[in-house]
Design a protein around this ligand. Structure first.
Ligand SMILES: [Zn+2]
Length: 262
C-alpha cells in the first residue's frame, strides 16, 4: 500500500446471490468501497445483504465505513472483538489523505465464533472460522456449496509471496489441507487474480517448502543467520515481493519452528 495504489492491493468480492450482493472483504478505504459498489451497480443494480470481513488486516476491512453508512450488517471473525480503534491506521500512514477521506474504523457488529450458517436468496452460505492460527489468529472462510465456491481471505495469495508474520506455518497448512479436501471449483483468495481451484497451489507449496527446509536446518543445528542465507527457494524468485519478503519469511519461520522443536 502506497500513494500510487492508494490501498488498491487486495480483493474485494461481490457475489450475485440472485436479488442481493454478498460482499466479501470491503477493501482498504471508504472511497474504494464506494467506487467498487458503483462499478458493480453498473453491471447489476442489487442491494447488499451482508459484508463479511475475513480477517483483521486493514486492506480488507476499512471499506466497512462506506457500507455502515448504507446500513448494511457487517459480519466478521471473532478476533475483531480484540481490536481497538487506532489513532492512525497503517493504511492512513501510507496512502494520500484524499484517498483516505471519509474512512473510519468500523468493526463488524456480528462476530463468528466457530461457524455461522446464512441463507441468502435461498442459497446456503456457510461462514467457517478456522479454529487454529493460520494466516492470522482468526481467519474466516465463506463457503457457497451450491456454487462449489469458497472465499478464503489471505490463506491464499497467488500473485505475490504470502506474508507469514501474523500467522502459523503448521496451522496454515492444516487449513489449506482442509480446503483442498472439499470439492470446489473456485477458491478465491485475498490477493491475486486466479480464482479457480489452482489458486491455492502457490501459497501451499511455498509454505510447505519453507517449513520443511527451515525445520531440517534447525534440526541440523544451523543458526538463524546461516539459514536465512541457505534457504533461497529460487523457484519463487520471479514472484512479486520475493526480494523484499522472502528472507524475512525465512527468519520468521526459523523463530516459529525453533520454538516448536524445543
Ligand atoms: Zn492479510
Amino acid at each position: 500500500m502506497d500513494e500510487r495504489n492508494n490501498g488498491n492491493i487486495s480483493n474485494s468480492c461481490f457475489v450475485n446471490m440472485g436479488t442481493h450482493y454478498l460482499v466479501i472483504d470491503s477493501g482498504p478505504t471508504y472511497q474504494y468501497a464506494k467506487q467498487s459498489y458503483d462499478a458493480m451497480k453498473k453491471i447489476k443494480n442489487l442491494p447488499i445483504k451482508y459484508v463479511i470481513n475475513t480477517h483483521v488486516h486493514d486492506d480488507h476491512w476499512l471499506g466497512n465505513s462506506f457500507y455502515v453508512e448504507l446500513g448494511v450488517t457487517i459480519i466478521g471473525s471473532k478476533v475483531f472483538q480484540d481490536e481497538v480503534v487506532l489513532d492512525e491506521t497503517r493504511m492512513q500512514k501510507r496512502i494520500t489523505s484524499e484517498a483516505y477521506e471519509k474512512t473510519t474504523q468500523e468493526f463488524p457488529s456480528v462476530y463468528v465464533d466457530k461457524n455461522m450458517f446464512l441463507t441468502i436468496d435461498s442459497k446456503r452460505v456457510d461462514l467457517i472460522g478456522v479454529n487454529n492460527k493460520a494466516h492470522t489468529k482468526g481467519d474466516l472462510l465463506v463457503y457457497i456449496p451450491q456454487e462449489k465456491m469458497m472465499f478464503v481471505g489471505d490463506l491464499v495469495f497467488n500473485d505475490r509471496l504470502p506474508s507469514i508474520r501474523d500467522g502459523d506455518l503448521q496451522g496454515w497448512l492444516v487449513a489449506l489441507d482442509k480446503i483442498r479436501s472439499i470439492d470446489l471449483d473456485y477458491i478465491i483468495g485475498g490477493h491475486g487474480k486466479v480464482v479457480d481451484k489452482s489458486s491455492i497451489n502457490m501459497t501451499y507449496d511455498y509454505i510447505k517448502t519453507l517449513k520443511q527446509r527451515v525445520k531440517l536446518l534447525i534440526d541440523e543445528g544451523e543458526d538463524i543467520a546461516d539459514v536465512v542465507n541457505m534457504v533461497k527457494m529460487e523457484k519463487y524468485k520471479n514472484i512479486n515481493f520475493y526480494d523484499s519478503m522472502h528472507r524475512q519469511n525465512v527468519e520468521i519461520a526459523y523463530r516459529m519452528l525453533e520454538w516448536e522443536s524445543e
